[in-house]
Design a protein around this ligand. Structure first.
Ligand SMILES: NC(=O)C1=CN([C@@H]2O[C@H](COP(=O)(O)OP(=O)(O)OC[C@H]3O[C@@H](n4cnc5c(N)ncnc54)[C@H](OP(=O)(O)O)[C@@H]3O)[C@@H](O)[C@H]2O)C=CC1
Ligand SMILES: O=C(O)[C@@H]1CCC=N1
Length: 271
């Protein structure tokens, strides 16, 4: 199994490591490197991976490096690792929102093979969704290596146009937060109308889970499945009339805002 070095020990590194180890990736083939000892050691304790301080700049040839730091830290981190990356020429997988391959290669000072990805936090239970874009320097073997790593923690979706990474980021990278906000809003509305919180939470969760599974497993379109719930003149139609007042335009505005922010993050990585 190939060696993986994580640069960064935050939320996304944790989600990917949790998912990889849960899916059977050997923990001893994973090293996590970050400046704060508590955070990297917490990952070592939780998952059995190796932890190393940020100064340990050794990269094994043939390994994969996963860049999991904030866009604004990328310039500093790549400058610090430049010598070791240049020598070992590993496959570099970036999970950073908004940061184009060209910016990463500019920071590296050379065109190393880079797979730019946008995973999401359900990766921690093997239920992630990742969009991927490969730079021209990535060979078939490296493409397969990236697919094996991200594919171990969920579904993978290659994009041929890097420009689409911003909308993929807005949809699936940030998407878990939208679904969670929807869960919160439904649960709170039910509680406000008298349902106890444990029942409100359980009914909300199972409704969203069951509906997503039904859509995935039947292969029917969301529109068709929605019609099956909606009796003419019934309760669902009464609620949908309210949702239709704003939900679709809110979805457009929310994804536009996220995609714009993704594009803007590219400039923070050059600081
Ligand atoms: N959170 C999410 O849902 C998603 C995030 N992403 C992307 O993942 C990346 C990380 O996000 P997230 O995990 O949420 O952020 P966090 O702030 O949780 O983690 C950032 C990590 O970067 C580490 N770091 C900072 N400087 C260095 C350095 N010099 N060397 C090594 N590590 C360093 C920090 O170290 P320390 O812990 O020591 O301070 C920290 O562990 C971002 O680019 C984001 O766009 C992509 C998809 C989804
Ligand atoms: O909010 C963010 O910027 C990151 C990228 C996608 C999800 N979280």
């Amino acid at each position: 199994m190939q060696e993986i070095l994580f640069l960064g020990a935050g939320n996304m590194a944790r989600a990917l490591i949790a998912g990889l180890v849960r899916q059977g990736w050997p923990a001893t083939a994973i090293t996590v490197c970050a400046p704060h000892a508590e955070r990297r050691e917490a990952l070592a304790a939780a998952f059995g991976v190796h932890a190393a301080p940020a100064q340990a700049r050794v990269i094994t040839p043939g390994s994969t490096v996963i860049l999991a730091v904030k866009p604004k830290s990328i310039g500093t981190v790549l400058a610090a690792w430049q010598g070791s990356l240049s020598q070992a020429r590993p496959l570099l997988i970036s999970v950073a929102a908004g940061v184009p391959v060209a910016s990463l290669q500019h920071a590296l000072g050379e065109a190393l093979p880079v797979v730019r990805t946008m995973p999401n936090t359900p990766a921690q239970i093997g239920a992630g969704a990742t969009a991927l874009f490969a730079s021209p320097e990535v060979n078939d073997e490296q493409r397969q290596a990236a697919a094996a790593i991200l594919g171990a923690v969920g579904s993978i979706h290659w994009l041929e146009d890097e420009g689409l990474m911003d909308i993929a980021t807005a949809l699936s990278g940030s998407g878990p937060a939208y679904v969670l906000l929807f869960l919160e809003a439904l649960e709170d509305a039910a509680v406000a109308q008298g349902l106890d919180r444990p029942n409100a939470r359980a009914l909300t969760l199972q409704t969203v889970l069951g509906t997503a599974r039904m859509a995935a497993e039947t292969g029917q379109s969301p529109t068709s499945l929605r019609h099956q719930v909606t009796s003419p003149g019934g309760t669902t139609a009464a609620a949908l009339a309210v949702w239709e007042e704003g939900l679709r335009s809110l979805a457009q505005r929310a994804l536009t805002a996220a995609a714009q922010r993704s594009r803007a993050l590219a400039s923070t990585s050059k600081d």
